[in-house]
Design a protein around this ligand. Structure first.
Ligand code: ZN
Length: 140
């Protein structure tokens, strides 16, 4: 395991805007606040969702699209830099009216309502291609 000590934490609470993409709003916020490293969690509801699943054999993401409302129970993730821009790596568990859930890597979702807690660090994390997994990971 590789690791780095991080300091200079700043904390935020945020309300996501109705009708806008869940993950994009976090990335716009990170850009505005010059956040290059953070962790967050959030709860709320979305009107649709696209989850991605990483095929470890093929080294590709497969998309699964849902056109239905969900509770976000919760979404968790981190913010770091990918290709020079803030990237909000987000995973979510989404529940239906009957209590069943879908879960995975959240690519996009239209926000119905959302509340976030963000803990940002005074450091920069920039993703780099990892040849073992073919993913963009932190070079710690
Ligand atoms: Zn992921």
């Amino acid at each position: 395991m590789d690791y780095a000590r991080v300091e200079g934490a700043r904390e935020y609470v945020a309300r996501l805007e109705h009708g806008r993409d869940w993950r994009e709003q976090i990335e716009v916020f990170a850009n505005e606040e010059a956040i290059d490293a953070a962790f967050f969690f959030g709860i709320g509801a979305v009107q649709d969702a696209e989850l991605w699943f990483y095929d470890q054999d093929e080294g590709e993401y497969d998309a699964i699209r849902f056109e239905e409302p969900f509770e976000v129970t919760p979404a968790v993730g981190n913010i770091s830099v990918l290709d020079g821009e803030p990237f909000a790596h987000t995973h979510a568990t989404l529940s239906r009216e009957d209590g069943s859930v879908v879960a995975g890597h959240l690519e996009s979702a239209t926000t119905f309502a959302g509340e976030l807690y963000v803990r940002a660090f005074g450091t920069s994390l920039e993703r780099e291609h990892d040849p073992v997994t073919d993913l963009d990971l932190w070079p710690l």
